[in-house]
Design a protein around this ligand. Sequence first.
Ligand code: C2E
Ligand code: CA
Ligand code: CA
Length: 827
Amino acid sequence: MSYIALWSFNSLIYYMKLTSKISFTLGIRTLLLVLMLGFAMSFLQTYIDFKNREQEVDASIASIIDATKDSASNAVWKLDEDLAALAIKGLTYFDHFSSVTIVDEIGNVLAKSEQKQIEQNNKVLSFFGIENIQNDEVILSYTKGPINSALIKPLESGMMIVSINMHSALGDVYDRAIRTFVISLAGYVFISLTLVMLYHFSLAAPLMRLASRFERVNTSSITEQSISKLKGHESDEFSKIIDSANDLLGRIASGQILLTQRSQRFRLILDTAPAIIYSLDSNAKFVFANKATASFYGYSIFDLKGKSASEIIEPVDSALMEVLQDFLEGDARQTDKVVEAYDSHKMKCVMEMSFVKFHTYDGQSILVVGNDVTKRVEAEEKIENLAYCDSLTNLPNRNKVYERLNSQEIADADSQFHVAILADLDQFKRINDTLSHSVGDQLIIKLSQRLSKEFNGIGFIARLGADEFLCHSQQLSSSRTIANKTAEELAEKLRLCINREIDIGLHRYNLSASLGVVVFKPGFETADEILQYADTAMYESKKAGRNCATLFQDKMATDAAELLKLERDISSAIFNDEFFFVLQPLISSETMEVTSAEALIRWNRNDKIVPPDDFIPFLEESALIVDVGDKMLNKVCELLANLKERGLLADRFKVAVNISGKQLSEMSFIDKVTNILRKHQVSGHHLEFEITESVALDNMKDTIAKILELKKVGISFSLDDFGTGYSSLSHLKDLPVDKLKIDRSFINDINVDIQDENLVKSIIQLADNLGIVTVAEGVETKQQVNWLKENGSMLLQGYYFSRPILPDAFIAKYLELDSEVVDLTNS
Ligand code: C2E
Ligand code: CA
Ligand code: CA
């Protein structure tokens, strides 16, 4: 029976342990509490019982002893053993007495009675300090005299020793206590179990059901869910918990809807963004990537997720992978970089990228945002190109040269000498005009390509203007002498490089340039100054006959400054009428008579006479040459009118005037000339216009038309400086000129250079054939005169006959009737 009870108890505990921890703990705790309380109560109850019983026993024993005491005292007083035995005889029959002994004064036993009893030694009672046998000693005394007298003193005569069997006396109480204890223990256990069951069914079991309902809620679903009420708990605390939980679920659902909406919105924004946006975890694996990233790397968004960057990025863009890895491992929290990135087709683009580190619940990640700025960079480059690059040749332009020469960085980094070589192509304008601008452009392009190729690593090549190039080379030497030498060698290399033939189509062209070389220390001179010096030196090269290089020297700087001043002074010179002309005679080789004169301009600058070579080039650069030319023409016509008036103007006498290109190309040139002639009332027959080949060829059609028009008023034309220009002879037949002036450089070499002699001979012959009069310029010696006379009939002009002289002197010398007719051949 007890076995079955134990088994079912055990099973119950096992069930509770499994299903409900709360029921089990509550049960155990209740049981322990009830047991402790019950035990304490039972203990108290038993204790009180014992005490009562003890008092009862003591009282009954005391009354029994009292009843015996007198007879026992009497027996002791009389030392009567029989009496003593009689006194105690009945006591032993009394319950709980073990033995009774009467002893006299000196301890002799007078009587002893013992009762054989069953041994009732109770260990529990002993444990609580209650001895089995309790001995009481009762003093026996004898009182002399009347009783109750205060004077009477009792006399001690012996003792009665009573042994009481206490365990037997308390035995029934003990038995009852044990019974009560066992019964109440059973009661308590029962109550406890009942309580446990109660807990289980009213608390733990509903809680379990509640828990399983909670478990069934799908928190990842965005639809609102609710938990139904527990049966039998529709209005208690469980119902309240469920209400709160449902409220919470409602809020979670709406939160989730909001979250979903937000993430959808973000996804939409990120996917429509043109930038590539992705995130990598600490192992460089893709956590997130937008559409732009996926298509950049040729994947779908889905495919990218979880893939490693080394699998996706590294094969196409190892440099970017390195940047990512460095950033992941580095300390920086954020960096912005402009990188060259490659897409899945290995197409290069320029990206502005931002890398940001952030912490997520599962560690550190990085966010990468990249904007393709290729177009912007290209546009910027284009703008930079436009500003700093020559559009025809792609070479750096003047702006770039300025920036470079003014660069403080170069100045700071370098204390050695640098060189700037300015190369100005010779006669390039003529190439453009005669061969067309497209040929000119092609020549410039080909030359630029050649220069950049050959000077790559040696110097920086730039195109300053139409036909101007600059070569800048650094770190020549810290010694000026060595630097000068290196600079000259470099200039020579440049010159030869320009001289080499250039093929365009089937044609070959030869170019040459005049070079100005400036050796300078960076930081000391501004770009303006360096270019100014180079320009000055370059002009020296032009003066020296072109196709050569001149090293700039300080003296040139003062000359250049002088020149600058000159330029400024020219404007006021026109205003102040500081220009005048001199006349140089032209002599017939046959008659040795003065047939005409050439008017040559002079400038009276602060009482110093400036020759035209020093200012005509500046006038020609500006439009001032037109004003000055007009003035000259006026002055010459004024002289002719004066001569005419004085009767000194022979019919066939002519004054030749030099006409510059700008004058001739003026639309109103013909009107101007005829107006001047009319104004001074002189015939055009007395005027000759000298034009140079380049001017004539500038716009040949227009020139020819104008010549023909002016010829109508009698003006004749001569082609000046013949032989120095381009393809001279071929155009000669088309130009309706009357005279041809062989340049003095050829006349100079007559009697010296057989080649020049032959050339002059053929020019004379050609002119003869075309019916054009030849003029030999710069005749200085008798030998030259003789040679020229031998080789044909022509006009001679030169210092041999006369230097250019003032008109008055000219008139006096050659035109006035009383003037001595000098036989020029003998002078
Ligand atoms: P050009 O037209 O060839 O003039 C001849 C130049 O040769 C003159 O120089 C003259 O003085 C110089 N000359 C004459 N005989 C000899 C000689 O035997 N030996 C040497 N060494 N030289 C001789 P000039 O007067 O200095 O004129 C230089 C140039 O300036 C002229 O060369 C002409 O191109 C230009 N020029 C002069 N006057 C005018 C002008 O009124 N208008 C324009 N546009 N140009 C002018
Ligand atoms: Ca001339
Ligand atoms: Ca000339």
